[in-house]
Design a protein. Sequence first.
Length: 583
Amino acid sequence: MSNRHVVKPTRREFLATSGAAALGAAAPLAAAMPAGARPRNLDQDPQQGQPPLHERLGITPETIEHAEKLTAVEFTPEERLMMLRSVAEEAEGFRERRVFALSNPLAPAMSFDPRLPGVAYDAGDGRVVRSNVDPGSAPAGGGDIAYAPLTQLSRWIERGDLTSEKLTRIYLHRLKEHGPKLECVITLTENLALVQAQRADEEIAAGKYRGPLHGIPWGAKDLLDTKGIPTTWGAEPYANRVPDQDAAVVKMLEDAGAVLVAKLTLGALAYGDIWHGGRTNNPWNLEQGSSGSSAGAAAATTAGLVGFGIGTETLGSIVSPCMRCGTTGLRPTFGRVPRTGAMALCWSLDKIGSICRTVEDCALVLSAINGIDPGDASSLHMPFSFDASRAVGGMRVGFDPRWFESRGANDLDRHCLDVARTIGLELVEVSLPELPYGMLRTILTAEAAAAFEELTLNNRDDELKWQSPQAWPNTFRAARFIPAIELIQAERFRRHVMSVMHEVFEQNRLDAMLGPSYAGNMLLITNNTGHPSLTFRSGFNQNGTPHGFTIWGKLFGEGAICNIGMAMERELNVWDKRPPEFS
């Protein structure tokens, strides 16, 4: 435990007794003060003879001079003297603000909307049509059933060839057998799963079939609240946290008839693959972590422990583990899937998506979790349209040739470009302007530090297992020195980048873009602009581990990128390979 000292606000007792501590429950600021009272003027010292505020706080011109180095500005000695009082007042205000209990889900008043003003976005007809292919007979072996995609599992359950209870018991058995080796399970929800499975079988037998997820077992990244079941956020300070409500997505999947079998691991506070119980491992190489932060959902899906997983992404947390584990991940347009009841890392960036074995599986899951929820101020009403039979020939898809020539690209990526031509896509060369895209990271860093300020101020960040320069504890501390002006400027730059992406799509009449998953700045750009992405298995590296490829869509263009992904998936023909140790 560190000895960092956090100065307590001088008015803590007054504010706490006057109701300010209830602000986390949306109490108005006025409740913090007696009726008719006005905020104290910090220029006026309450007692004569008391030193000026800046002296009491230990703020000197030299303090400001040193701080200038952290904010990349420079003032004159005269300007520093003039600033002393104002800087001290701000610092005192910061301390006083910290008495307010701001709960993690409480989003800022400013909500991000990926839609540009004056631009119309096509919602389609809201119809979802799945493949109408005969799945054949259900296999006799549990392993073969466990690895089947949703497109087969759902048909077997629908026509009575397989019961949800049998499928659920297969996955529960595999979770118990293989979960410890992968370190991918935080909580097994066996009792709940069996109740839900039995109910699904009863409903289906009675002719009340809810759709392709009815009776399908799934695993939730353990930052989605589950009523009465621990939701630990993968982090030591929250290891005993038990919510009293289900997250919106959990409710939506229950309404679709899906069966929750496990709460799956995530890197602590949605970063990496190290959690409070260990490190989630890659099923293709147990000496290697599964990457993160949706580590458990990717590992469990790859190893045939669940029918599908639900993950989240802020900056690569679906893409990265799918690349490592060889799963398929669909990161939806920002706002398409409600985040009510999900741990907030970055309110303007967090997205909930599906991690599956095939592209169509991802589309089927998205159709169940798409929707608006009043608990998420950023959730949008936008129907999801998808037709699995849609042809992709003639679709215009953008790519930057430099992406395929960079050090981050390999022969598997270049082969995907050839495959795109083979299936009839019209490839269009594009390039994004050279801009300082890295400044977008300021947004994530500042919001994440705000979301978990309590850990920094109370020294509980020391409880997290991962302590290194790139880990959250250090990032949260350093973020205290991001000037508010720089955050606002980063947001303004973000709006410019949104316009850049819109122009690239519109001027080139693109249906999608494609490239190596970490091509250029596309991961950073598209997470900040809210564009959807689809990452799927493209082949295997020389060491036997899988490799992936990514397609980026127009805002709300998930249907098109899923159609393209399905066509490429068929041509590549590698999605069904299993990790040997878990086959």
